[in-house]
Design a protein around this ligand. Structure first.
Ligand code: CO
Length: 130
């Protein structure tokens, strides 16, 4: 396993990129809209991991909710797994509370599933399989 990305919530990706891309110097940003999650996403490679900027595309996006409660900031940590179905089975057997019982399609066509923060020390954890 490794950290696939850190998800950061922002009200505006373009303004956020002025920092991460222009000022800090991260390159090769990939931007796409993930309709299923009602977000616009910018992925910025950093070492073998990535920064994922998340901007809501609708008022009922989970990111809108997060921004209104807590403002911008780290929204989730994503761990890359070999086989997401096996990982979910293992977590279920361990009694872990899952947000997604089944994987769904995330950015760049990956399979993703979220683990509830109640089971992960208050951290929203995303599992990702390429
Ligand atoms: Co993510």
């Amino acid at each position: 396993m490794k950290i696939d990305h850190l998800g950061i919530a922002t009200g505006g990706i373009d303004e956020a990129l002025a920092f991460w891309e222009d000022a800090l110097g991260l390159e090769k940003v990939h931007v796409e809209e993930v309709e299923d999650q009602k977000v616009r996403v910018a992925m910025l490679p950093i070492g073998e991991s990535r920064i994922e900027l998340l901007e809501p595309t609708s008022d009922d996006s989970p990111i809108s909710n997060f921004l209104s409660k807590r403002g911008g900031g780290i929204h989730h940590i994503a761990v890359k797994v070999e086989n997401i179905t096996e990982s979910l089975e293992r977590l279920k057997e361990a009694g872990v509370r899952l947000i997604d019982e089944e994987p769904r399609t995330g950015a760049e066509g990956c399979l993703v599933a979220f683990v509830h923060p109640k089971s992960a020390n208050g951290v929203l954890l995303e599992l990702v399989q390429d």
